[in-house]
Ligand binder design. Structure first.
Ligand code: ADP
Ligand code: MG
Length: 621
């Protein structure tokens, strides 16, 4: 085929391919235009997941009648005139491509009644555009503002049409897009309906916090930790849910940069880092992060749908986000509360304290999961709670069986003969139960502590602290401890050597198949950890790729894992009897160390039953 210039329609359809991927992309572009036009109210109605109809109405400044044809012309925009203005662009749009692209692949109808210098035009104008056809603008009855209707999306692009998903799936995407925009623009009233049913109804709100909670669930209010920091011309503000409200996917992180919802791996990483050690590695924080920075600090022209941005100083922003969130988390009381809820047996239910994984379990179309505010959000109502985790209510049958086994006369034990003697040690307000849990109180209620988990955290923080002060003593072994080895283990040893040196382990090959351990941290030695066993486990894990030391933050992560292992080995186990003063010592550490609410793996060390809940359960209130 000879080279030839493509017809304009084809050019537009190709361009549309980049920007308009699915109905949700149309919704995004149209709503962004409304917000750019200063709208304080945006109503979105879609039919059949937007495949059939998308209508976006706003009360913005509108488009003057004589400019209507330009609005649907490619590379025509009112938002940008020079390349200088591109740096620090304050509007969401600037390419002048969206309406033209949409018109190229659908039947578009544009009605607008403009307001210029406070004066609203006498009447509106309407224009229709589809493929490469544009009608003349004609007078039309309309309120001040703009209404864009998009019908039969992809009717003339069979390839795209083929990839259309079900109305439910497409609507799921639309709902997600709308939620993310709504979070970034709390001052706009926003509604969304699907096939005539309201899915989202958000009133204008001055408070980004309230808007966010309206969307993700007002019951999370108490779980949200607010953070803020201003440094030069950068402002970081946001809400982080306590670790016990973590999610099983990273989807529940909402990031906006200068009021633009974006995805950003660098920022996502900073958030995760801030939560490191406070939640299990397979969990993800629920978080809202809003960044504001001067225009030169960020380039928004790096992605066709502007879903990504590029920071001039990514390292500085990363550090700022990480430090701001981490500082607030370390200062907060993150002890999860066990929710006591009435069950059919009347027994309390402790199972509900952690992991609201119910939202995660929802099908794809419901992923957005916005709860709206008082709207008819049928499909978005709280899904039924899962009932397959954690301990259930008190087992009365078990208790009856135990009672039946008691010989006569012992069923009501005297004070010197507690029935559960072997399992309970009471000591100055601390009980050790089943050699596993410590029970005590604080001003808010009853605390239940996992002795191993808490001790592990205590050991971990001590280790970290000593490492930081270069005070991690190492002990030379009189008799080097031998360990069988092979080529793989030797390779693992080589890769770990710098880290081993930092923690005071000196291991050298001695002969072809033997490793000799010459020095070992006193800390572990004192707690009866066997050097050969420890190093063997360490090398096995290294061989297994668990301490990958490549990558930007990998060395710290690997060190964290090794300290973690040391802490775990050194900590008391479930089943260890603790002397009264050991119990007290351990509990007193709880208030002194950082991140005491979670063990280094991120599991909780402590659960609180609040007095309020107990009062409710016992019918005192
Ligand atoms: P861009 O947003 O990049 O400028 P678009 O194709 O999305 O490009 O829109 C083209 C132009 O049409 C905009 O620059 C704006 O002037 C006008 N426009 C589009 N939608 C609206 C609206 N809802 N209200 C007012 N003006 C609008
Ligand atoms: Mg636009």
């Amino acid at each position: 085929m000879p080279i030839r210039t493509l017809p304009a329609l084809l050019v537009n359809q190709i361009a549309a391919g980049e920007v308009i991927e699915r109905p949700a992309s149309v919704v995004k572009e149209l709503v962004e235009n409304s917000l750019d036009a200063g709208a304080t109210r945006v109503d979105v109605a879609v039919e059949q997941g937007g495949n059939q109809l998308i209508r976006v109405s706003d009360n913005g400044h509108g488009i003057p009648g004589d400019e209507l044809p330009l609005a649907v012309t490619p590379h025509a925009t009112s938002k940008l005139a020079t390349v200088q203005q591109l740096a620090g662009i304050a509007t969401l749009g600037f390419r002048g491509e969206a309406l033209a692209s949409i018109a190229a692949v659908s039947r578009l109808r544009l009605v607008s009644r403009a307001t210029i210098d406070g004066r609203t035009a006498e009447e509106g104008r309407v224009l229709e555009a589809s493929g490469d056809q544009i009608s003349a603008a004609a007078p039309a009855a309309s309120a001040a503002g703009t209404v864009v209707e998009v019908r039969d999306l992809f009717f003339n692009t069979p390839a795209r049409r083929k990839y259309r998903r079900s109305a439910a799936t497409e609507f799921g995407h639309i709902s997600d897009v709308m939620g993310r925009i709504a979070i970034a623009w709390p001052r706009a009233s926003i509604t969304l309906s699907h096939n005539g049913r309201t899915a989202l109804e958000l009133v204008a709100d001055d408070s980004p916090r309230r808007r966010f909670l309206n969307l993700i669930g007002a019951d999370l209010d108490d779980a949200m930790i607010e953070f803020e920091q201003i440094q030069g011309d950068v402002r970081v503000w946001g809400l982080a849910a306590v670790p016990s409200m973590s999610r099983s996917t990273g989807k529940f992180q909402y990031v906006t940069v200068n009021r633009r919802p974006v995805r950003d791996r660098n920022l996502a990483h900073a958030v995760r880092e801030a939560f490191r050690g406070l939640m299990p590695p397979d969990r993800h924080p629920l978080c809202l992060l809003m960044l504001e920075l001067a225009g030169e600090g960020v380039d928004v022209n790096v992605h066709p749908t502007k879903a990504e941005v590029r920071f001039a100083e990514p390292g500085r922003i990363h550090a700022m986000v990480l430090n701001t969130i981490r500082k607030r988390l370390l200062g907060a009381d993150l002890t999860p509360t066990a929710a006591l809820r009435p069950t059919s047996t009347g027994a309390g239910d402790l199972a509900d304290m952690d992991r609201p994984s119910t939202a995660d379990a929802a099908p794809a179309a419901r992923d957005a999961g916005w709860r709206g505010s008082g709207a008819a959000t049928g499909t978005y109502a709280d899904p039924p709670r899962q009932t397959d985790r954690g301990p259930r209510g008190f087992d009365y049958d078990q208790m009856r069986r135990v009672m039946a086994e008691q010989p006569e006369g012992v069923a009501e034990p005297g004070p010197t003969e507690p029935a559960l003697h072997s399992h309970v040690v009471a000591s100055s307000g601390v009980l050790q139960i089943h050699k596993c849990y410590l029970v005590t109180q604080d001003e808010q209620g009853i605390l239940i502590v996992d002795q191993h988990a808490l001790h592990e955290r205590v050991m971990f923080e001590q280790l970290r602290d000593r490492l930081r002060r270069s005070d991690l003593e190492s002990q030379r072994l009189l008799m080097p401890s031998p360990l069988k080895t092979d080529a793989k283990r030797l390779a693992a040893l080589e890769s770990l050597r710098p880290l081993l040196k930092r923690i005071g382990i000196d291991a050298e090959p001695s002969g072809p198949a033997i490793l000799a351990i010459h020095a070992f941290p006193s800390f572990l030695f004192e707690r009866n950890v066997d050097p050969a066993q420890f190093v063997e486990e360490l090398l096995d894990k290294a061989e297994d790729g668990q301490f990958d030391t490549d990558g930007e933050h990998a060395e710290e992560a690997a060190l964290h894992s090794i300290l973690d292992m040391m802490a775990c080995k050194a900590a008391v186990k479930a089943g260890d009897d603790l002397k009264p003063q050991e119990l007290c010592e351990l509990l007193s550490q709880r208030d002194r160390i950082e991140r005491s609410s979670a063990c280094p793996h991120g599991r909780p060390t402590t659960i609180r039953l609040t007095l309020q809940d107990l009062e409710k359960q016992f019918g005192r209130r």
